[in-house]
Design a protein around this ligand. Structure first.
Ligand code: ADP
Ligand code: MG
Ligand code: MG
Length: 245
């Protein structure tokens, strides 16, 4: 589904990601851990192709197609979606109108999701204007769902969100990522940035990676990696090489 090879990326002339490799198979869900400022959001924004994230070398393939130089709208058209860490408020645009604009799902499926996400009361409000932390994240998840993507990149869906909202979001993310379907029927993949174990309790995650100093430092089983981080800190994460598969 996603093949990132030897990717080096600069922002504002500074190299943020260096020689980064990451592969995600069809139907797989991976999590990405890493300290603040290690380049996690930069990676997701580069995969989406946002302006300002300059690929100096390496390649990004999505569903077998090289998308390294494609504009963002073409990547979205191919089935890529990003749930933003800190989406801006959009004064003058109602959430309902935005969802109608980007929607590739049928109206009734979107309406069902609005209900599941408890967003009925918010559809006529301006996007993110005065939204609470939980409302912002629920609105983001609704937007990515509406696009009916094949690969969803989640940038800290659980940050700034209370326990009840984390539970709701986690369950819906698990469902959106086809984890309730049998493995042979899973068509969607995901990459989730998180700092917490709660996502691992709620979403069936196949593999975890640690991004450190702009590269994937280690990969392995999600629980084991998280325990290593909690025990030893990111800075000693070299230890997680011993649990690499
Ligand atoms: P993370 O998501 O892991 O916390 P980011 O990808 O947001 O980290 O940031 C990685 C590094 O890139 C940080 O040092 C950050 O300051 C820098 N950076 C990210 N975006 C920009 C930008 N638009 N301009 C300048 N520096 C940036
Ligand atoms: Mg951060
Ligand atoms: Mg970030």
């Amino acid at each position: 589904m996603l093949e990132i090879d030897s990717l080096t990326v600069s922002v504002d002339g500074e190299v943020i990601l260096e020689n980064l490799d990451l592969h995600i198979g069809m139907g797989e869900v991976h999590v990405l851990f890493g300290p603040n400022g290690s380049g996690k959001s930069t990676l997701l924004k580069t995969v989406l192709g946002l302006p300002g994230y300059r690929v100096l070398s390496g390649s990004i393939k999505f569903k077998g197609k090289d998308i390294t130089d494609l504009p963002v709208n073409e990547r979205v058209e191919l089935g890529l979606a990003l749930e933003y860490q800190n989406p801006p408020p959009i004064a003058g645009l109602k959430l309902q109108d935005l969802v109608d604009l980007i929607s590739k799902e049928s109206g009734s499926e979107v309406d069902d999701m609005v209900e599941k996400l408890n967003l009925e009361q918010h559809m006529n409000r301006e996007v993110n204007v005065g939204f609470s932390g939980g409302e912002v994240k629920r609105s983001e998840v609704l937007q990515v769902y509406s696009q009916n993507p094949d690969l969803i990149l989640f940038d800290e869906p659980d940050s700034g969100v209370d326990v009840e909202n984390v539970e709701l979001l986690g369950k819906i993310i698990n469902e959106m990522l086809d984890k309730k379907k049998k493995p042979s029927d899973r068509r969607r993949s995901g990459l989730i940035i998180t700092h917490h174990g709660s996502i691992l309790d709620l979403v069936e995650v196949d593999r975890a990676h640690v991004l450190y100093n702009g590269a994937i430092m280690c990969s392995g089983k999600p629980r084991e990696i998280l325990e290593e981080i909690i025990e030893n800190g990111y800075e000693n994460c070299a230890k997680c090489y011993r649990i690499e598969q």
